[in-house]
Design a protein around this ligand. Structure first.
Ligand code: SF4
Length: 269
């Protein structure tokens, strides 16, 4: 079996920036939700003393709270201020750009359609921004009864799906939009789509949206693994050419260990 490493893969600028902020904090700081959707990154930060919490009332008074790369709604930010917490914001600049577009559509009086997964932290933050700006948010396929709408999207969706959805919305509404995936998501999806081989291994967590999208856009059968234990359990029988890539929150040391294991296993087969 030959193994091709797909480029680019792994950490994007947003994740690198969020990790830099997390690593600069002293032990005992709290992160609201997962900093990025990857269990290896979360476990490594926990070993350094970071606490992950689901609600702000779990953060001790006066402590530092870190907001994840996915961003938070203004109501969450306001509550942190009210509780006297010291805030460090690791929201990715590309997510912040979506926040600002969503707010500006809402401020113009447009209902705003969000293309994304309703339960994803990023979408909850975007919806919170729209409501805070006095607007009405609709997570697609929910749609307003209106003539003109604003449209934004979660940054880690399938780029082709976002373009198709925007085209369909243009058939029904007058549309103002900034809906698109971020550059890192687009580049990683494009590289996977042009891979020529019979199987693709995507390294990353099930909870990582961009990792799941890489599996979706692959032009061949896919495997996914989040840990070395999962990599060891994969059966590549019959695969002649395997492509390997990883989600934007998957650490490179895990990627390197997985590649080494697969190559060694392939040589012994
Ligand atoms: S995937 Fe894109 S939006 Fe998300 S953290 Fe990375 S660069 Fe930012």
């Amino acid at each position: 079996m030959t193994v091709e490493v797909i480029q680019p893969h792994g950490f994007c600028a947003g994740v690198t920036g969020a990790l830099k902020k997390a690593l600069a904090l002293p032990g005992g700081a709290c992160c609201l939700h997962e900093l990025v959707h990857n269990e290896l990154v979360v476990a490594s930060l926990e070993r350094r003393g970071m606490r992950f919490v689901k609600r702000l009332d779990e953060v001790p008074k006066g402590a530092t709270v870190l907001f994840s790369a996915h961003g938070v709604a203004p109501s969450v930010r306001n509550e942190a201020v009210r509780r006297g917490l010291s805030i460090v914001d690791a929201t990715c600049p590309f997510v912040a750009r979506v926040h600002s577009a969503a707010r500006s559509f809402a401020a113009k009086g447009l209902p705003v359609v969000v293309i994304g997964k309703p339960n994803h932290a990023e979408v909850q933050g975007i919806v919170g921004e729209i409501e805070d700006a006095g607007g009405m948010a609709y997570v697609y396929p929910s749609l307003p009864d209106a003539k003109r709408i604003g449209v934004v999207s979660q940054t880690t969706m399938n780029a082709d799906d976002v373009a198709e959805t925007v085209a369909a919305l243009r058939g029904k509404f007058e549309v103002e939009t900034l809906a698109d995936v971020c550059g890192a998501t687009r580049e990683r999806q494009s590289a996977v789509k042009s891979f020529k081989g019979d199987a693709l291994l995507v390294l990353g967590s099930a909870s990582s949206s961009n990792t799941r999208r890489l599996c979706e856009v692959a032009p061949c059968r896919t495997f996914r693994a989040a840990t070395m234990e999962e990599v060891r359990s994969l059966d590549f029988s019959g695969v002649e050419k395997l492509g390997v890539t990883s989600g934007a929150s998957t650490p490179e040391d895990f990627f390197a260990e997985a590649i080494q294991f697969i190559k060694e296993k392939g040589n012994k087969a």
